[in-house]
Design a protein around this ligand. Structure first.
Ligand code: SRM
Ligand code: SF4
Length: 581
């Protein structure tokens, strides 16, 4: 553990270089020097250790089983078939447990050992993908609605997200020097960082672009959100991107038992034109850079800056820095924050197939019933086919850890269907709505902050929850479940109609009452309970829901309307009603 504060480490790092080169060449340990463990995050990697063997290795007086997680910067999660093939090869050569789709449309590789970090980074870059700023106190991977319908809007919004992602990259050449052997030049270590300054941001920063009616990116969980406004007034601008409603101050992370920290729903502060995205984003980022709390790290996210300084003052400062005036926000309506599986045809006639990927983990492995799951191989075959065909086909990750095979013509659709069937990639066909929408963060064994299982626990918990639902006549009901191994909220659990937030091994806080559109936070209902208690708590609530719900009323909405769960208002308050059309 470093004895230096994160602010000091950043300040003294020579623009994110630290002693990473020396740390990487030290063969005595599988770990990096303490401060370098902080700095490598800005390069898109985390030092981790296998927590399944941590105690045993301690008993044997061995150092922890260190390895690294690497995360890509893939705005909107879009990659070509050729890139997919390269990422697959990297996962197979250097990583354990395949390719992992994250809740921000990035790929993660787990289990890369220190000696193979540099070749892995080089291989990722050879695929024309980088990992720069995928972690750390900077702007992270930008999430974009995966949108299988409005193809032209998707293209426009995706292009804006990519340009913004580039604009907000750190200026330091450290990444290129350390991983790609770029020559050092005069001024290395002192590069100007016009957006970030020498200490970068007080904390991580997250942006998403949403395209209603889908809120698949959970825009209100983001520091900064752009909600596309599409012309539909019959005046000739139908289908065109008119601009964006801007939202600020969303966030999920909290600490158990610490009321100073909390999840927060973002506020909508006004409407801007498409060409104002970059100036507004830069103004939000630099205001957070200058106003954010650098003394108390757990209060450093933008959501606290806004609550401490006041929304109006923050909005005025952003408008001043961006040189714009916010127009009143346009009405918008989100229908859901989950993915819609199967084939969809875009407005340009091309086809998109949304596949469910359980907790985003794509790998070949033995299944519990002894069969072999061959999803990595199946997607490799699909990528080969599409790569050989050329054309605009692409893979698109979703912020719900699923994926699209996108931009296909009629003939390709038939071929893909065949391969999807052959490799049993169509798990969405059989899965219940509950299972299809369920999210779980990585948690054990790699996440150093996990207090309980999440990804590995999800399938078994869903099996049992389905039984309780069936007992109450609710089988087939669409219900959003999210599990996180700790209160940091990487699966955005506070937006789940039902959420389990890890407290200790096998024990969770049960949160209830969010909506299914990502617009209302849930509330703590029972603290620190085990699976039996969770199911016993839900059973009578399901019974009452089945008996008393109004037509099509969702579980979360029912719990709030019936008063069974108290609505979570402050500090993560509900959206102003007039904005919900
Ligand atoms: Fe996260 C930290 C995994 C999305 C809030 N998150 C971590 C770390 C790096 C643990 C650590 O710091 O040592 C986890 C690595 C686990 C592993 O072994 O891979 C981790 N977070 C993930 C991913 C992979 C979860 C997943 O199952 O997909 C997601 C990667 C996203 C990406 O591609 O960039 C991921 N994390 C999120 C989200 C959801 C989102 O961004 O939409 C959140 C909540 C939104 C937010 O930021 O408020 C989230 N992660 C956190 C936090 C709490 C931040 C806070 O404000 O308190 C931490 C801990 C921290 O930063 O100190 C954290
Ligand atoms: Fe790890 Fe907690 Fe994030 Fe899960 S929510 S990945 S346990 S930090």
């Amino acid at each position: 553990m470093s004895t230096h504060s994160v602010e000091d480490i950043k300040q003294q790092s020579g623009r994110l270089r630290g002693t990473l080169v020396e740390s990487l060449s030290n063969r005595i340990t599988g770990a990096l020097a303490d401060d370098d463990q902080t700095l490598i995050k800005y390069h898109g990697s985390y030092q981790q250790d296998d927590r399944d063997v941590r105690d045993e290795r301690r008993r044997q007086k061995l150092e922890p089983d260190f390895s690294f997680m690497i995360r890509t910067r893939t705005p909107g999660g879009v990659v070509t078939p050729a890139q997919w093939l390269k990422l697959d090869a990297i996962a197979t050569t250097f990583a354990e447990r395949g390719l992992r789709i994250t809740t921000r449309q990035a790929f993660q590789f787990h289990g890369v050992i220190k000696g193979e970090l540099k070749p892995t980074m080089q291989a990722i870059n050879a695929a024309l993908i980088d990992t720069l700023a995928a972690c750390g106190d900077v702007n992270r991977n930008i999430a974009v609605a995966s949108n299988p319908y409005l193809s032209q809007v998707h293209t426009a919004v995706q292009a804006q997200a990519e340009a913004l992602s580039k604009h907000l990259l750190p200026n330091s050449r450290a990444y290129y020097e350390i991983w790609l052997d770029e020559e050092k030049v005069a001024g290395s270590g002192e590069e100007e960082e016009p957006i970030y300054g020498a200490t970068y941001l007080p904390r991580k920063f997250k942006i998403a672009f949403a395209v209603p009616p889908s809120n698949d990116v959970d825009v209100f969980a983001q520091d900064l959100g752009f909600i596309a406004v599409i012309g539909n007034n019959g005046s000739g601008d139908d289908g065109a991107l008119l601009g964006y409603n801007v939202s600020v101050g969303g966030g999920m992370g909290a600490t158990h038992g610490d009321a100073e920290t909390y999840p927060r729903i973002a506020d909508v502060i006004g409407f801007i034109a498409p060409d104002q995205v970059i100036p507004v984003a830069e103004a939000v980022v630099t205001t957070q850079r200058d106003w954010g709390n650098r003394a108390v790290r757990k209060r450093a996210r933008l959501k606290y800056t806004i609550d401490d300084h006041g929304l109006e003052a923050f909005k005025l400062e952003v408008a001043r820095r961006a040189g714009i005036t916010f127009e009143p926000a346009h009405a918008f309506a989100f229908a859901h924050n989950a993915d819609e599986f199967g084939w969809h045809q875009g407005d340009d006639g091309r086809w998109h197939l949304t596949l469910r990927i359980l907790s985003g983990r794509i790998w070949d492995r033995a299944s519990e019933d002894g069969d072999r799951v061959r999803h990595l191989t199946g997607l490799r075959e699909i990528a080969r086919l599409l790569d050989a065909a050329g054309g605009p086909s692409e893979f698109r990750l979703t912020a719900n850890q699923n994926m699209l095979i996108a931009n296909l013509d009629d003939a390709q659709r038939a071929l893909i269907d065949q391969l999807v069937g052959e490799y049993a990639l169509d798990t969405h066909r059989e899965a219940s709505p509950l299972r299809k929408a369920a999210l779980a963060c990585v948690a054990l064994p790699t996440c150093g902050l996990a207090m309980a299982e999440a990804e590995r626990y999800l399938p078994a918990f869903v099996d049992r929850l389905e039984k309780v639902m069936a007992k109450n006549g609710l089988d087939g009901n669409d219900l959003h479940l999210r599990i996180s191994g700790c209160p940091n909220g990487c699966s955005r659990p506070y937006l789940g109609e039902i959420a389990l937030v890890g407290k200790a091994p096998g024990r969770y806080n049960l949160m209830l009452g969010a909506d299914h559109r990502g617009q209302r936070l849930n509330t703590l209902y029972r603290e620190n309970i085990d699976e039996t208690a969770i199911l016993d708590t839900l059973d009578p609530l399901f019974r009452q829901y089945a008996a008393e719900r109004t037509d099509a009323e969702r579980f979360g909405d029912f719990l709030i309307r019936s008063g069974l769960v108290r609505e979570h208002i402050a500090p993560g308050k509900a959206l102003p009603l007039e904005l919900i059309a």
